[in-house]
Design a protein around this ligand. Structure first.
Ligand SMILES: [Mn+2]
Length: 288
């Protein structure tokens, strides 16, 4: 139908960045309705952790896959967990929400698709990553490391890379040797991009911190507070840190507003910075 002179004009194409969905399928639908999202016109960027903790990760993954031409996203630690579980890595804890995806009739297909997703997306003025970037990584170096990790995850080296990254988080203080066959910078990139919250004074990742900004141990600081960080040529959009909550600064945006914990799911329109939020729908609350 051709719009006559009296018809309202279509809104211009818009790009929205959405924080960690964690299987909150109904909340996601509510948010998309709220922003008037039109798949034929608009684009979405997701900060990762589409699955995990919540009950409808399978639905969220299928939706993202079907909308591949207008939805871009990066892998979060819960997708890494999905891959590790799918490849039957030792010591990986079985999680109910992840099993439900792997056991679905299209589970194997979804797993293969997830395996091909990126760890970092770089646009002209911003970079999208699930958890964060270490200060020593420039955006172009991070891009190269992300591409190398992605290639390895798609091939025979996936298991070794996942295992090495897994060990990195558990090594603290133990004598567990690193896997010499893998470039350590790749292991560190996969680990940091999906799990980073704090760094120490030397700019190295601090493992295992899950609390809020008020409880940061002495000597540590959030990764995005690093002075002279090399990634600062771009605004970094990330999620992962629900206890930090929505944070919009010139240099960094944190979009994880704790939806799966009973908080909100956030979308920010990149074109004008407008924020849209949807409270968690009750049916999305995890069972346990
Ligand atoms: Mn996460």
């Amino acid at each position: 139908m051709i719009a006559g002179p009296g018809e309202p004009k279509l809104p211009p194409m818009a790009t929205y960045a959405i924080g960690d969905i964690h299987g909150c399928w109904h909340t996601l639908q509510g948010l998309l309705q709220r922003i008037g999202f039109a798949p034929s016109r608009d684009r979405l960027l997701l900060t990762g952790d589409l699955v995990g903790r919540g009950r409808f990760g399978r639905e969220v993954l299928r939706w993202a896959r079907q909308g591949e031409d207008h939805i871009e996203w990066v892998l979060g630690n819960h997708e890494i967990h999905l891959l590790a579980d799918g490849l039957r890595l030792q010591d990986v804890k079985r999680r109910e929400s992840i099993r439900a995806i792997l056991d679905a009739p299209d589970g194997a297909e979804l797993l293969e698709w997830v395996r091909r997703r990126p760890l970092l997306l770089v646009h002209e003025h911003f970079a999208l990553v699930h958890a964060g970037l270490l200060p020593q990584w420039s955006i172009s170096e991070a891009q190269e490391l992300a591409a190398r990790c992605q290639r390895r995850l798609q091939g025979d080296g996936a298991r070794a890379l996942l295992e090495a990254s897994w060990r990195l988080g558990r090594r603290a203080g133990s004598a567990d040797p690193a896997d010499d066959s893998l470039p350590p910078e790749e292991v560190l990139f996969l680990h940091g991009a999906t799990l980073l919250r704090l760094i120490d004074q030397r700019g190295e990742m601090v493992e295992g911190f899950v609390k809020g900004k008020d409880e940061i141990p002495p000597g540590a600081l959030p990764w995005f507070e690093a002075a002279d960080a090399r990634w600062r040529s771009h605004r970094v959009i990330f999620g992962h840190w629900a206890m930090l909550g929505l944070m919009l600064r010139d240099d960094v945006w944190c979009l994880d507003s704790a939806c799966v914990w009973g908080g909100q799911l956030t979308a920010v329109r990149l074109d004008d910075g407008r924020v849209f939020q949807e409270m968690q729908h009750r049916q999305d609350a995890p069972e346990d």
